[in-house]
Write a protein that binds this ligand. Structure first.
Ligand code: PLP
Length: 341
């Protein structure tokens, strides 16, 4: 059966142009600083995020971990939203590997945080060592943080001398959704990580960007977590194609997510606030039965979705999903919802 796969934008395949670039990539030993394709990608990432420097990593999780290891001493604490990817989905690396504890403050439904909550969560005596933001917000239905929202938290960090790290795994989605350059969205923060392997369709890779001093230090931590890679221009070359060719088209994914959300919200048994859908992630609640069983029934009809927790189901649009797929997905959900067990 041909599936409509809405589980995640991480299921995107490298494009033909990426595969060609990978075959032809100029490589060197990147641990020895001799891979010019990686250098090119790191330079471009720094330019796009408006930071001095960048370092290529294997994944978004690794980028966030390296940011934490770089900013935070053992025994300190970071402040993040209670729905943050760093808190939910990164294997607890912050504590297991960093010796750092996590203090959470409530996330709004679209992934923001109340500056008053953040301010209140900061401890005295230099215990709070980093504040983490996420844009777009994965568990927050792909909510997009505006520059003002980011600044409202960043200024608390600045006033107290606490660095702000932005988990910008999908920062290019945020940029396209707001029509604001990535570098403006990143200007209030001290470090930012972003992923090439999600909506941008590259097979592997993330970049961690910040000041030169921060990135020099991050290089040491990347080596320690086993993230020093050798002829890695082979994959960095796909990242260069991703940044060159796959950013503007994210608007199509956002339009598809909006249509999907609208269609789903009309189906009896589905609880979905369409106002929350700002990029390519649609999260809704299935109210008329067990969620896992509903996802399984969708899958039997050719539609894959992912389980978020409780009654929540997630569908993510990406380059592999057409408007036809969206219409079909809405139809499958409607038929499944209307079919008694
Ligand atoms: C917001 C966010 N941050 C970080 C990551 C981690 O990225 P990776 O899967 O490359 O480790 C993800 C992955 O889905 C994500 O959604």
């Amino acid at each position: 059966m041909e599936f409509i796969d809405l589980r995640s934008d991480t299921f995107t395949q490298p494009t033909v142009e990426m595969r060609k670039a990978m075959a032809e990539a100029e490589c060197g030993d990147d641990v020895w600083d001799e891979d010019i394709t990686v250098k090119h990608l790191e330079g471009l990432a720094a330019e796009k995020t408006g930071k001095d420097a960048a370092i290529f990593t294997a994944s978004g999780t690794m980028s966030n971990l390296i940011a934490i290891l770089t900013w935070c001493d053992r025994g300190t604490e970071i402040v993040v939203g209670d729905q943050a990817h760093i808190f939910w989905n990164e294997g607890g690396g912050v504590s297991a590997l960093g010796g750092v504890s996590v203090r959470t403050v409530p996330n709004t439904p679209r992934g923001g945080m109340d500056p008053l909550d953040v301010e209140e969560a900061i401890r005295r005596q230099n215990i709070t060592s980093m504040i983490g933001l996420e844009n777009t917000h994965n568990r927050g239905s792909g909510g997009v943080l505006t520059m003002d929202e980011t600044e409202s938290i960043a200024k608390i960090g600045r006033a107290k001398g606490i660095p702000i790290h932005l988990d910008g795994a999908r920062i290019f989605n945020a940029s396209v959704a707001l029509d604001v350059p990535v570098k403006d969205l990143c200007s209030p923060v001290d470090s930012v990580s972003f992923c090439l392997s999600k909506g941008l369709s590259a097979p592997i890779g993330s970049l961690l960007c910040g000041s030169k001093e921060f990135v020099d230090d991050a290089r040491k931590w990347r080596k320690m977590v086993g993230g020093g890679m050798r002829q890695v221009g082979v994959i960095a070359s796909a990242g260069l194609v991703a940044l060159d060719t796959m950013v503007e088209r994210l608007a199509e994914d956002h339009a598809n997510a909006t249509s999907l959300a609208k269609g789903l919200s009309d189906i009896t048994g589905i609880n979905l606030n369409t106002d929350l859908i700002e990029s390519n992630i649609v999260i809704f609640e299935w109210m008329l039965g067990p969620t896992a069983e509903f996802i399984e029934r969708l899958s039997q009809k050719g539609l894959k979705a992912s389980y978020v927790g409780g009654q929540k189901i997630r569908m993510v649009t990406h380059v592999g999903i057409s408007t036809w797929d969206i219409d079909r997905a809405i139809k499958i959900v409607g038929e499944t919802a209307n079919t008694p067990l």
